[in-house]
Design a protein around this ligand. Sequence first.
Ligand code: ATP
Length: 294
Amino acid sequence: MAAMSERAPAKINLTLDVLGRRPDGFHDLRTLMQSVSLCDKLTLTRREQPGLGLTSNLRFLPTDRRNLVHAAAAAFFARSGLTPPGLHLSLEKHIPVGSGMGGGSADAAAALRLLNRFFQAGLSHGDLEALAAQVGSDVPFCVRGGTQLAEGRGERLRPVPPLPACHIVLCKPPFSLSTATVFSRVATTRFTWRPDHDGALRALQEGDLRALSQRLFNVLESLIPHGQREIADIRSVLLDAGALGALMSGSGPTVYGLFSDPDAAHAVHEVLRAQYPETFLVRPLTALPDDGAP
Ligand code: ATP
C-alpha cells in the first residue's frame, strides 16, 4: 500500500472571550478561529505488527496514549467498529508544541480525516466533528478548518466569511504556556475589556482587513504573568513594522501580526526570526488543504 498523508494546519484566534465556567470544569468560550498554512503532516503506512504505532520527529513529544493522535484513533475505532490492523502513523511536527496554535488538536483532527479516508469508513463531517469533540475542545474546529465562530467549549461552530487575504507573521517566544494553567487564572479575574464580536463579524462580512485587525482581542492576554514581557515586546515589534493588528493566539505564548503589505511582513519575519527561531510567515487558509475526502 502506498503511504497516505494528511496535513494538519495550525489555528490562530482572531478573538477569544471566556464567558464563564461550566459545572463540568470547562469554560464557555466565544472565539473566532482561523486556519493558517503552518502545518504538521501525518503519514499512514501498513506494518506487520498488529495495532497502531506512532512516531514523531520530535524526541520530547510523547507518542504513547498521551498523544492526541492516539486519542483520536481510539475514538475512530470505537465509533466505526473496525479493529486496527498493523498500521503506523508518522507525525512530522512543524507547529511548535504548547504554543497556542492548537498543534495537538490539529494532529488529532488530521488522524480522524486520514483514518476515515484510509478505511473508506464514510463518516460524514458531522460524525467526525462529534468524535473530535470527545478528543478535545479545539479538535472540531480543526476537523472543519477555515474561518469559524466557535462557542460552547469550542465544539459549536458557525462558518463566517473568510479572513481577507493577508500575510501573517507568527512568533513564538522561547517558553511554552500550559492551557490549563492559563485557564486556572480565569476564576480570580474580572475582565474589564472584552472582544467586539459583532464588529469583528461585520468586518469579515465586509472583507475589511483593517477593521478586523482593529478588533483582534484575546481576554487571556491579561492573564499572562508580567514576567513574560516578551509577548508585549513581540507585539510592539510587529505593530511598529506595519502590522494592521497583532495579538496573542489562544492561551499563548505565540503572538501574530496581520499584514496587507508583503514586504513589511517579510522584513519583520527576518528580524524576529533572528531572535526567535520559531517565527513563521504564513497565509490564512480559507479551507483545509485538499489531501483527500471527505
Ligand atoms: P491549544 O492552543 O489548543 O491550547 P497548544 O498549541 O497550546 O494548544 P499543543 O501543542 O497542542 O498546545 O499541546 C500541548 C500539550 O499537548 C503538550 O503537553 C503535549 O505533550 C500534548 N500533546 C499531545 N499530543 C500532541 C501532539 N500531537 N502535538 C503536540 N502536543 C501534543
